[in-house]
Ligand binder design. Structure first.
Ligand code: BTN
Length: 270
């Protein structure tokens, strides 16, 4: 880190070089909090669209499917409040959009980031970012969407327990040095804003095109676990809404809207 630029994610530091006009206009900073998603949901009704909640560490970070999310210092734990005019059923679009924004930001550091369906960002097959989207909605109208992103930026992988350590990585681990987290957040918020505005102007298909280009899942053999069942097959594509199209071993096509996806090792030579 350069002398005179401490590696803290305070609003003043982030805003100093931020090129957005919507996302990050208001930033709420915590040295430590339970979960930025919880804080963002609590304030969602009273803040403007684009508000950001960011923390140096989370004591109760939340992951998808009720899992815990380890959030030590050195990572980037942030949530963005959005208020799009759209039906609740379309909210997953914003999760996919956020995955594209994170992957593009990581690629700007020269790292080969890819997206595992629906929205884990991987580098060389290892998870570097997870995204948790939560909504507040009436039956047919969204009140707010909180998009929570957790990026293992300057995290030492040795501090993670074995099972997570084997399947995860950090930007520091991949680059061999610390990154400037303030700059990363500035790039990420800009990327998010550009994609969010593009989505509103041109529709979701333009975002899905970018998603497909960076997909780690299309063409892979996968195990999909939904609330109802598990399925094996080849991920042959994603539809215009981001649902995964699976060709199962008995040749049937299944469309999966939500679930957990595991990439399987291919049989040798296949
Ligand atoms: C996943 O399970 O992959 C999603 C992880 C999402 C973690 C981020 S960190 C910032 C925000 N606050 C939370 O409590 N969770 C999300």
């Amino acid at each position: 880190m350069l002398a005179g630029s401490p590696d803290v994610l305070t609003p003043a530091e982030i805003k100093a070089g931020l090129k957005t006009s919507l996302i990050g206009k208001n930033i709420h900073y915590f040295k430590e909090t339970e979960s930025t998603n919880i804080v963002a949901r609590e304030m969602a009704g009273s803040v403007e669209e684009g508000a950001v909640v960011i923390a140096e560490a989370q004591t109760g970070g939340r992951g998808r499917l009720g899992r815990k999310w380890l959030s030590p210092e050195g990572g980037i734990w942030l949530s963005v409040v959005l208020k799009p005019r759209m039906q609740p059923l379309h909210a997953p679009r914003l999760t996919l959009l956020a995955g594209v924004a994170v992957a593009k930001t990581i690629r700007s550091y020269g790292l080969p980031a890819k997206i595992k369906w629906p929205n884990d960002v991987l580098i060389n097959g290892k998870k570097v970012c997870g995204i948790l989207t939560e909504i507040g909605a009436e039956l047919d109208a969204i009140q707010y969407v909180v998009v929570g992103m957790g990026i293992d930026a300057n995290v030492d992988m040795e501090t993670f327990p074995g099972d997570i350590r084997d399947s995860s990585t950090s930007l520091k681990n991949e680059l061999g040095n610390d990154i400037n987290r303030v700059e990363f957040v500035q790039r990420l918020l800009l990327e998010l804003e550009v994609l969010y505005l593009k989505f509103q102007k041109e529709g979701f298909s333009s975002i899905m095109e970018e998603w497909r280009i960076m997909s780690a899942t299309i063409g892979e053999w996968v195990k999909i676990t939904t609330q109802a069942r598990s399925m094996y097959g080849e991920a042959i594509g994603v539809d215009s809404e981001g649902a995964l199209i699976l060709e199962t071993s008995d040749g049937k096509l299944e469309k999966i809207v939500a679930g957990n996806c595991e990439h399987l090792r291919r049989a040798h030579g296949s």
